[in-house]
Design a protein around this ligand. Structure first.
Ligand SMILES: [Zn+2]
Length: 244
């Protein structure tokens, strides 16, 4: 979901034929239900997994495993649990070796759960993207774009905030752990969530999940926007929504 990947993804993969699924850490098992659904609904020929270095989610995994830090149950279930029982050496080894290997294993085992899956037909590869560490961004940069897995061109979808936006693309049940990690990474000061979704049923599910999340955590500074046809059509007033 890292914002530093947005431009690379648009330039190298956004060919109108590629469905993007994005979550914290690029972990297939964290988006298992989404991936299974997509593989059942589409004739998938190739799966490319793109974990990256300087990854906040891998930082969280490392803290949990090496320093005993505790995370939210959903984050643990979708992300940390996958590494349980594995001996992680250094953060660098986790990002360069252990996580890419883990991504590949997880994706293969998801495929094997599908009756019609044929590993000779579906190519699976992992390409680690090396990113340079960046300084902490100001609060005006803290944007999450939440949308369904899609082939849509990013520059048509992201409004003006493409370089500043975390992007989460998974079914909502698979998205919330990533939303939690993205907000935690910003010290719970995250300013805006844009729900960019054309399917109104899915959009309503996303909105309900985010509203509930916000109410539970009491995130006063979190604003939620609905985006339709490339325009912000609705701003959800948090207080009204929570009362309702
Ligand atoms: Zn990351």
């Amino acid at each position: 979901m890292d914002r530093r990947l947005n431009q690379k993804l648009e330039q190298e993969y956004n060919d109108g034929n590629t469905i993007f699924v994005r979550n914290a850490g690029g972990c297939p098992s964290g988006a298992k239900n989404t991936l299974k659904r997509l593989m059942e609904e589409n004739e998938v020929k190739e799966i490319v997994i793109l974990p990256h270095t300087d990854c906040g989610a891998m930082g969280a995994v490392f803290k949990c495993m090496k320093e005993g830090e505790k995370f939210d149950a959903e984050v643990t279930e979708k992300l940390v649990k996958n590494f349980e029982g594995k001996f992680l050496h250094t953060r660098k080894q986790l990002e360069f070796e252990e996580n890419p290997r883990q991504c590949l294993e997880e994706m293969k085992s998801i495929g094997n759960e599908l009756p019609k899956y044929d590993e000779k037909v579906v190519g699976i590869s992992v390409k680690l993207v090396e990113l340079q560490p960046t300084a902490h961004q100001s609060s005006t940069d803290n944007v999450i774009v939440l949308m369904s897995p899609s082939t849509a061109k990013y520059s048509n979808t992201f409004l003006t905030e493409m370089n500043h936006s975390y992007c989460i693309q998974a079914d909502i049940e698979d998205s919330m752990a990533s939303v939690k990690l993205a907000t935690a990474a910003n010290g719970l000061k995250l300013a805006k969530i844009y729900i960019t979704e054309t399917n109104s049923v899915e959009q309503k599910k996303m909105l309900n999940a985010i509203t509930e999340f916000k109410a539970k955590l009491g995130l006063g500074q979190l604003q939620v926007f609905l985006v339709e046809s490339g325009k912000v059509t609705n701003v959800i007033e948090a207080k009204k929504k929570i009362k309702g």
